[in-house]
Design a binder for this molecule. Structure first.
Ligand SMILES: C[S@@+](CC[C@H](N)C(=O)[O-])C[C@H]1O[C@@H](n2cnc3c(N)ncnc32)[C@H](O)[C@@H]1O
Length: 227
């Protein structure tokens, strides 16, 4: 069973990735010619993440397809049934995660997005992919929306929202992580080092490696070994 490669999921992902390419062209051109950088974006995020989210409301900022397939593979390999995502945007990464839950036979993805308009589009995209019954899209700041209503035994977490909140969001989820849970963090660069220091320290119950996809974006995989 692999719903990623079959319609409706495959068709919706193709459409969304093409739309993302168009919508984010200017941003990617800035990254490519050096007028803008992921580092700069993360600094703006730390200074005023709500302002940055408003400024980026028309951008997809979606994960790259190879990272999406990797997430699907992780979720299938650890038979994830409880997945939490920080940073929904238009739902591209959510589709990869929910497709894995569908193919695992049971489960639910909780995802959270600050911008209500983005969350609404994500819901429509998930419905078009036939996955909306598996996803709980929560609107608001992740530090509020994930504070309750997350069952114990989370198998996989994707951190892809405001970077400076990765550590507080992870700490919020830590009591609910299953031993063996995987945490994938996009855009985790050594800015203040807080998040990476935490997940690189085995005393905190993690084993962490950088991922080879788009190293400039700072993708990392952590295994929660339990404490
Ligand atoms: C990089 S995008 C997510 C892309 C998405 N994971 C995908 O691959 O399609 C980050 C999103 O996180 C949202 N965000 C940022 N800070 C947030 C917060 N504190 N709580 C919830 N969402 C937040 C932004 O509005 C933005 O849409």
């Amino acid at each position: 069973m692999n719903s990623l490669m079959t319609d409706p999921v495959a068709g919706v992902l193709d459409r969304l990735l093409a739309e993302a390419e168009l919508a984010d062209r200017e941003l990617h051109a800035g990254f490519a010619d050096g007028t803008y950088s992921v580092r700069q974006m993360l600094e703006e995020d730390a200074a005023d993440f709500k302002g940055l989210c408003r400024d980026q409301v028309d951008y997809f900022l979606s994960i790259a397809p190879d990272l999406g397939r990797f997430l699907y593979m992780c979720a299938r390999a650890n038979r994830a049934t409880r997945i939490v995502e920080f940073g929904t945007s238009f739902g591209v990464s959510t589709i990869y995660l929910a497709a894995a839950v569908r193919d695992n036979g049971a489960g639910r993805v909780i995802t959270t997005e600050l911008e209500p308009g983005k969350a609404e589009r994500a819901r429509r995209n998930l419905a078009a992919a036939g996955l909306d019954d598996l996803v709980d899209v929560r609107v608001g700041d992740a530090l509020d929306t994930l504070r309750s209503g997350v069952e114990t035994g989370v198998d996989l977490v994707l951190l892809d929202g405001a970077y400076h909140l990765y550590l507080p969001v992870l700490k919020l989820l830590e009591p609910r992580l299953a031993p063996g849970a995987l945490i994938v963090a996009d855009n985790a660069l050594d800015l203040d080092g807080e998040y990476l220091d935490h997940v690189r320290n085995p005393a905190n119950g993690y084993l962490t490696v950088p991922l080879p996809f788009h190293p400039e974006r700072g993708n990392n995989l952590s295994l929660f070994t339990g404490r």
